[in-house]
Design a protein around this ligand. Structure first.
Ligand code: F6R
Length: 259
């Protein structure tokens, strides 16, 4: 894992934006995987700014959501499609038809996972996947004990995750859906480059377990230890429990350029 310790969330966002920028420079028709939640918001703001300034274009790109709540009406402001449209894709030049996400409708649930896997495969796979990490170590909505080889499917959220996400539903836990359709850990590991952003002290423990703990289904993010190209962007607070922080700082400052 390449671990980068930024000075704060905005700096973390700008490092993440540099990676998206580099990916689109290599291939303007890249497939970019998008996470929701608060961690990638500084990155999304930076992408919007670069697009507005004409320094970056998503015109030929495609975007794939990491996950979606089950059972929220299409126009619900907290559905992940609406979230990402509001926070990113409506403010960049990505064609609206180029945004795809898992089908979170009750009717579509039995086949939603297989259909989404097929869509990603037919598009040629995800080139760069943006991720956050849950306070319990989840990635996507692969909660602890998820199979490390899992593919896109429906998952029930833990009480911890529903409590963490209640802030998006006016603090009302009752309004937070119980189920999601999420890319599996195996699906995420298939992305060619994974970029995970974690900021703030509530992420210090899961970050330590992800980077330095054993590979275990109890910390789904630890599966990224298996990924050949995973970049973990932290701030000082989320890096606070890393025993190897000094090593990562030095390795990043002396990294060979061109990757
Ligand atoms: C979001 C997602 C989740 C979040 C994670 C962190 O699409 O799949 O794994 O990335 O719950 O959420 P925040 O960034 O809000 O702390």
């Amino acid at each position: 894992m390449e671990v980068v310790i930024a000075s704060g969330p905005e700096h973390a966002g700008s490092i993440g934006a540099d990676l998206v920028d580099a990916q689109l420079a290599r291939n303007p028709a890249s497939n970019i995987g998008l996470a929701t939640g608060s961690s990638p918001l500084p990155l999304y703001r930076e992408l919007i700014e670069r697009c507005s300034a004409g320094r970056l274009s998503f015109e030929q790109a495609r975007a794939f959501l990491l996950d979606e709540y089950v059972g929220l009406p299409d126009d619900h402001p907290e559905s992940y499609r609406r979230f990402i449209e509001r926070e990113l894709t409506s403010q960049i030049d990505l064609p609206s038809s180029a945004l795809a996400g898992p089908d979170g409708s009750m009717a579509g649930l039995p086949t939603a996972g297989a259909r989404y896997e097929q869509l990603i495969e037919q598009a040629g796979g995800i080139d760069l996947q943006i991720l956050g990490i849950g306070s319990n170590g989840h990635i996507g909505f692969n909660e602890p004990t998820s199979s490390l080889m899992s593919r896109t499917r429906s998952k029930m959220l833990t009480e911890t995750t529903r409590r963490d996400n209640a802030r998006f539903f006016g603090g009302d836990l009752e309004l937070v859906p119980h189920h999601t359709v999420t890319q599996g850990i195996g699906t995420i590991l298939d992305a060619r480059h994974v970029v995970l952003i974690a900021t703030g002290s509530s992420k210090a423990r899961p970050v330590h377990l992800m980077v330095e703990g054993p590979l275990t289904a109890m910390v789904p993010a630890s599966a990224l230890q298996l990924h050949p190209h995973a970049t973990i962007i932290l701030d000082e607070e989320s890096a606070a429990d890393l025993v190897t922080a000094a090593y990562h700082r030095e390795a990043y400052s002396q990294r060979p350029t061109g990757r």
